[in-house]
Ligand binder design. Structure first.
Ligand code: ATP
Ligand code: MG
Length: 284
C-alpha cells in the first residue's frame, strides 16, 4: 500500500483555493437547488456551510467531490477541473478526500477495524497487513478510540460511531475533509468532542475542511468562514463575527433559531387544512 503523504505538494503551493466552484447550478427536474454559485474554498481552512433543511447543503458538498454533477458550471480541485472527469479519474482524485456522510453510516456487519480499512482496500492492494494495522491504530488514536478495533458498530454509542466514521474518513490521509452534519443527533458534550476533533485534524493534518451543520455553536467554533445558503444562493459569507452581525433578516432568523414568516404561513396553512379535515359535519 502506498501512503498518500506528500502528494501534490508542489501544485498546492501555487494557489490558495483548494476547491473552487464557478457558476455552480444544480437542477433536479424543474427544481432549482443551486443557483449560479461561485466561490473558492481556501486551503488549510475550515469553511462551514449553514442553511435551513432542504436548502441544498448536501447537494453543494457532493458537488465538491463530484458525487453529483452540475447542471451548469464547473468544480475545481487544486485548479484542476473535476466535474467533467470519468469515474476512473475521479476515483483517483477522491483518494485526496475524506467524506463524513450525513448519518455517518458505518457498515454494521464490519468491525471498527474493517470499516476503517474499507476505503484503503477500495483504492489499494494491501500487501503489508502489519502496516495497515498500525495505520488503523493511529487513526483510531486520533479520535480517541484506539482499542476499539474489534468492536462492531452496534456496540458503540452514536458519538463513538461518528468518531469511527471520522477515523475512516482520514484513513487515506486526505487533504480535504467534507463533513455533512457531523454533530447531528449528538448531545452537546459529544457534539463538542466532534468539534474538537475537527479542529485537531485541521491543526495536525493541515486539511481543508468543509463542514455542513445546523448547529451554530459548532459553526462558530470550527469555522474560519461561514457561508449561508438560501434559495440556491449564498446570502452570507464571512467569519463568525460577520455572520452574528449580518443585517439580512433570514440570516438572523436562522442563527437565532426563529421561525420565518414563510414557515409560519406553511404552518398556518397546514393548521387550517387539519381543521378542514375534521369539520363537525364529518361526524354527522
Ligand atoms: N437526487 C435527488 N433527486 C431529486 N431531488 C434531490 C436529490 N437530492 C436532493 N434533492 C433535493 O434538493 C434539495 C436540497 O437537498 P439537500 O439534501 O441538499 O438539502 P440539505 O440542505 O442538505 O437539507 P438537510 O439540512 O435536511 O440535510 C431538496 O429539495 C431535495 O429534495
Ligand atoms: Mg443535508
Amino acid at each position: 500500500m502506498k501512503e498518500q503523504n506528500g502528494k501534490n505538494k508542489t501544485s498546492q503551493a501555487n494557489h490558495n483555493g483548494a476547491l473552487e466552484v464557478r457558476g455552480l447550478t444544480k437542477k433536479f427536474g424543474p427544481k432549482l437547488v443551486l443557483d449560479n454559485i461561485s466561490l473558492s474554498i481556501e486551503k488549510g481552512k475550515t469553511t462551514v456551510v449553514i442553511g435551513p433543511s432542504g436548502c441544498g447543503k448536501t447537494v453543494f458538498i457532493k458537488h465538491l467531490i463530484a458525487l453529483l454533477r452540475p447542471t451548469f458550471g464547473e468544480v475545481y480541485y487544486d485548479n484542476k477541473r473535476i466535474d467533467n472527469l470519468e469515474e476512473n479519474d475521479l476515483n483517483k482524485i477522491r483518494t485526496h478526500y475524506g467524506f463524513l456522510f450525513q448519518g455517518g453510516a458505518l457498515f454494521d456487519s464490519l468491525s471498527v477495524s474493517e470499516n476503517i480499512i474499507f476505503p484503503i482496500r477500495q483504492h489499494f492492494k494491501i500487501t503489508d497487513w502489519r502496516q495497515v494495522e498500525e495505520l488503523v491504530k493511529s487513526k483510531l488514536a486520533m479520535v480517541g478510540l484506539d482499542g476499539f478495533q474489534n468492536y462492531y458498530p452496534a456496540d458503540l454509542s452514536g458519538g463513538q460511531r461518528k468518531r469511527v466514521a471520522l477515523a475512516r474518513a482520514i484513513a487515506l490521509n486526505p487533504e480535504i475533509i467534507l463533513y455533512d452534519e457531523p454533530t447531528t443527533g449528538l448531545d452537546p458534550i459529544r457534539s463538542d468532542i466532534i468539534n474538537e476533533l475537527i479542529l485537531k485534524l485541521q491543526r495536525e493534518l493541515s486539511v481543508t475542511s468543509v463542514v455542513v451543520t445546523h448547529n451554530m455553536a459548532s459553526a462558530y467554533k470550527v469555522g474560519d468562514r461561514i457561508i449561508m445558503l438560501h434559495n440556491g444562493k449564498v446570502i452570507a459569507d464571512g467569519n463568525a463575527e460577520h455572520i452574528r452581525n449580518h443585517p439580512h433578516p433570514v440570516v438572523q432568523q436562522f442563527i437565532n433559531g426563529q421561525v420565518s414568516e414563510d414557515d409560519l404561513a406553511v404552518l398556518r396553512m397546514s393548521g387550517s387544512m387539519a381543521q378542514a379535515q375534521f369539520l363537525p359535519r364529518d361526524f354527522e
